[in-house]
Ligand binder design. Structure first.
Ligand code: PRX
Length: 653
């Protein structure tokens, strides 16, 4: 039985209970209304925000260009912070932070307001103006959220780079969008050791001519400039706390056009170069606010914990903009889930009374493996809703999550979306939808999602390609500096339907219309919920002097969902060895970041190619997954693949 059959035999259903249904933030009738008139729904949602001047048109759609709320003027930081300090939320906790070593900090909305205003003034004093780009390379600490909101306040476009990325990945991203300022820290904590962010940044900064200033948060105790590598360069580098000390507490918010860019976030695609996904101001904020409210059923006294790092889109939308636009209390935890013990998450849930937990299947599978005893040690009775994101969740992990974390009581929302969609596009709504393990169920209100075949014909029941048929407010607007790539990647799958968005995922639809996401159909992998382009890893490998050619494919992995398998041909004069294998794995980790380190490296004298010279990755995937080889008749030399399969299998045993 293949995966699809297994999924479709999943018939367990969990109806929302009556009490939950009665208090839910969206009803079935409201959902139907939204689906009947999405534009009206979005306009009603947008009206909940505070505008500097209201919009003239809800949507201007000239495929593939969407403009939402045109003519409207708005500032995101005003909506995320200022609005709340004028209400009873003034002294409500906005961020409840815990560092990995156990240090804690709570920022109320008032505190956040002060910090955001001050840092916005700091950025202005460093010459940052509306439209300038600011790179943020920080651990998961409150300064990350403060920096993002401060950029939003003055109309600067932030580009957050995940702290696990290498210096080279950082400098590529800084250069692609010519960032003027970099915000980093002297370190961050991960599994008990210090990630030397400033030292990495210094390496990156050797080749980033656009950077004029570097602001450094002191995360480590002790004297500034110690062995974490925070050697402050005169004129360029400045300590965050020194700049903040005298910064004024009020910063006039910039009046932003609804369609002005809010941020750029890089994500992997099918080429070696990551794409700078551009999100704009008003539409993105509406998508973030609305989805947080209805998917997570957010209430005034909830304690919401989205475990994602701000380096990924989930940390943008559901740790920062969505919850803050709703005035929610968010937990933020810097470190690893198994530090110092494997119950750190459950300890945090208990300690802070978390009511809504949003995490990734890869984490859930790890918790399952670590054993039921870890959550069992803690009182998780305050939890009332659980979420999952980033990759397909297997029914077994879903059931474990429900039983051991949710006490068989909490609804689970399996949320499908992407960096490009900006906010959740397919998900159960906890007061309406009967959930079923492994299915993301139905489109969100205001989203028109379908399954199409290769010709663009709609599939009612069965397998096909996921498609979004109409624009939505939080959709990406372009790829930074490469608009053609935007058109080619997202709006060219069905030449007869240039108005249809192609996310790159395959899915199935069952008799009830539920969507079951199967994963990427392109050369993009999903490793531990993070997107990695096989081409990116291949480009890194061939930069190593020993490598002549490389092909990278994904194979199924128990915990990570997918793992990377690299097939490598060496140059003349280099011999394969276990040491070289390790060296290549480390080389990729250094080039891109540890998340891209291949699990397997297989040396091969040749790679299976078609007669026209194209590497047949399909066959490499068969080998990596231990399957029988598919059709090999188009190969230039069929022997190559057979011997490769033998070597791979020999290596595994
Ligand atoms: O393949 C889908 C998978 O993650 C991809 C998007 O990755 P990224 O832009 O990094 O954003 C991840 C967090 C939103 C999608 O194309 N994916 C995301 N959520 C799910 C999922 N696959 C199955 N089920 C999900 N709930």
């Amino acid at each position: 039985m293949n995966d699809i059959d297994v999924l479709l035999q999943e018939h367990r259903r969990f109806e929302p209970d009556d009490a939950f249904r009665a208090q839910a933030n969206i009803s079935a009738a409201e959902y139907s209304e939204a689906m009947a008139d999405p534009e009206r729904f979005w306009a009603d949602e947008a009206a909940k925000l505070e505008w500097m001047s209201t919009w003239e048109r809800v949507l201007e759609w000239q495929p593939p260009r969407a403009k939402w709320f045109t003519g409207g003027k708005i500032n995101v930081s005003v909506n995320c912070v200022d609005r709340h300090i004028r209400s009873a939320r003034r002294n409500k906790a906005a961020l409840v932070f815990e560092g990995e070593p156990g240090d804690t900090r709570t920022l109320t909305y008032w505190d956040l307001y002060v910090q955001v205003n001050k840092f916005a003034n700091v950025l202005r004093s460093l010459g940052v103006r509306k439209g300038d780009r600011v790179a943020i390379y920080l651990p998961l600490i409150p300064e990350a959220v403060i920096s993002m909101l401060a950029c939003a306040r003055i109309g600067a476009i932030h580009s957050v780079v995940f702290g696990g990325f290498s210096p080279e990945s950082l400098s590529d991203r800084i250069n692609d969008s010519a960032c003027k300022v970099l915000v980093t820290a002297d370190g961050g904590y991960r599994r008990g050791s210090v990630v030397p962010l400033k030292r990495n940044a210094d390496k990156a900064l050797e080749g980033t001519p656009s950077i004029e200033h570097v602001v450094v948060v002191q995360r480590r105790p002790g004297a500034p400039g110690d062995e974490a590598g925070a050697d402050m360069r005169d004129g360029r580098d400045k300590w965050w706390h020194r700049l903040m000390r005298h910064a004024p507490q009020w910063c006039e918010p910039e009046e932003m056009d609804a369609e002005d860019p809010l941020f750029i976030l890089y994500t992997s695609g099918t080429t070696g170069k990551p794409k700078g996904i551009v999100h704009t101001t008003a539409g993105y904020l509406v998508g973030a606010m609305t989805s947080t409210h209805i998917v997570f059923d957010l209430k005034e006294d909830d304690v919401f914990w989205c475990t994602a790092d701000v380096g990924w889109v989930t940390g943008h939308t559901y740790l920062t903009y969505g919850p803050m636009a709703n005035g929610a209390t968010c937990v933020m935890y810097e470190g690893a889930p198994d530090w110092p013990e494997k119950d750190r998450f459950w300890d945090l849930c208990e300690k802070y009374g978390v009511t809504i937990l949003y995490t990734a299947p890869t984490a859930i599978r790890a918790f399952m493996k670590w054993g039921d005893q870890w959550p069992a040690k803690h009182d998780l009775s305050r939890l009332r809703l659980l979420g999952s994101v980033g990759e397909p969740i297997n029914p077994e992990a879903w059931m474990w999550y429900r039983e051991h974390i949710g006490g068989n009581r909490c609804p689970i929302v399996d949320t499908w979306w992407q960096t490009e969609t900006g906010s959740i596009a397919i998900s159960p709504l906890p007061g309406i939808t009967a959930t079923t393990p492994g299915s993301a169920t139905n489109p969100m209100p205001g989203f028109t999602v379908a399954l199409l075949d290769a010709q663009g014909k709609e599939i009612e029941v069965g397998g096909g390609l996921l498609a979004i048929m109409k624009p939505w407010p939080s959709m990406l607007r372009t790829i930074w500096g490469d608009d053609q790539r935007y058109v080619d990647t997202y709006f060219s799958k069905w030449p007869n339907r240039p108005d249809v968005y192609f996310p790159g995922d395959g899915a199935k639809r069952d008799e009830d219309g539920y969507f079951w996401i199967l994963g990427r159909v392109d050369d993009v992998l999903n490793v531990a919920g993070h997107r990695i382009g096989t081409m990116e890893v291949e480009s890194a490998l061939v930069e190593h002097p020993a490598v002549a050619e490389a092909a990278v494919v994904g194979r199924a992995h128990d915990l990570k969902g997918q793992a990377l398998a690299a097939f490598v041909t060496l140059r003349e004069g280099y011999a394969e060895s276990p040491a070289l294998r390790d060296e290549l794995r480390d080389f990729v980790a250094q080039k891109i970041g540890a998340i891209a380190r291949p699990d397997d490296v297989l040396f091969s004298a040749d790679l299976p190619k078609t007669r026209s010279g194209k590497i047949m990755r399909r066959l490499l995937r068969d080998i990596a997954e231990g399957r029988a080889l598919g059709d090999t008749t188009t190969l230039a030399d069929p022997n190559v693949v057979n011997s490769l399969k033998e070597t791979y299998e020999a290596q595994e045993t």
